[in-house]
Design a protein around this ligand. Sequence first.
Ligand SMILES: Nc1ncnc2c1ncn2[C@@H]1O[C@H](COP(=O)(O)OP(=O)(O)O)[C@@H](O)[C@H]1O
Ligand SMILES: Cc1ncc(COP(=O)(O)O)c(C=O)c1O
Ligand SMILES: [Mg+2]
Length: 287
Amino acid sequence: MKNVLSIQSHVVFGHAGNSSAVFPMRRMGVNVWPLNTVQFSNHTQYGQWTGCVMPATHLTEIVKGIAAIDGLKRCDAVLSGYIGAPEQGEHILAIVQQVKQANPAALYLLDPVMGDPDKGCIVAPGVAEFHCKAGLPAADIIAPNLLELEQLSGHRVSSVDDAIATARELMQRGPRMVLVKHLSYAGYDSQSFEMLLVTADGAWHTRRPLVDFGARQPVGVGDLTSGLLLVNLLKGLSPQKALEHVTAAVYEVMKQTKEAGEYELRVVAAQDQIALPQHHFPASPVM
Ligand SMILES: Nc1ncnc2c1ncn2[C@@H]1O[C@H](COP(=O)(O)OP(=O)(O)O)[C@@H](O)[C@H]1O
Ligand SMILES: Cc1ncc(COP(=O)(O)O)c(C=O)c1O
Ligand SMILES: [Mg+2]
């Protein structure tokens, strides 16, 4: 069984950050060690929440405890997502180094959650800069959405070819794999939801049908997406197969959430379809 140290937000009510990704990752057969960067009542897209950001030293302290019982060598990957303050980012990078010292084969997947004021995703000042300057070079895999891809690269991205070139540009600075987890207006077709996975050797593209949520889009979709990608890779799937599973599994969750008339993701109800999706969306090689 693989072990993932998952460092992201925790919401008590609903699903975002670890509250979105941990259960599906476990359901896929991976052991998850959740380490929470914040504990909030609910995600920030409600416009109000209670709770607090953990002190950055808390993250290091917990990992120190795991090191003290000689547990770090069993860590196969670190996943990071929503962080509450840029200082937490520095502590996370030190944790990644420590894990890699204990297990040189460990992977680091960075989901550079940067916030999107239009969507109501609120992230502390300095976090986006942290991802661009320090996070990117330290990551083995990154999973930006289009907005995050543009911020990491410092330029607009307006087509699939552009997105591939930009992913490769970012790969010059560190990561060896880039998942563009929402191509948005850079995709081929505004009537479908598209993703792109880029490695040194290839690029694969998927599309799935849009589920109409109107203006109130569910939150935590990105966190679910990056968590499932990591699990698939740890389980030894090829990049192409990993992307196909993620595309279908997240679609099943979206579909069931819509059918139930819910706003919060139905990760528990859709667990069997996450494990064995009933839809298949091929990942087509690009170029
Ligand atoms: N099949 C789909 N149909 C409609 N909307 C989708 C579908 N899949 C994902 N979404 C929405 O697309 C957005 C994904 O945006 P993205 O920026 O990649 O992720 P996030 O903001 O969750 O990190 C989310 O708002 C999600 O609700
Ligand atoms: C607490 C918290 N964690 C994580 C996220 C990121 O969610 P998503 O997967 O939609 O990017 C958000 C977005 O608003 C959030 O409020
Ligand atoms: Mg996101």
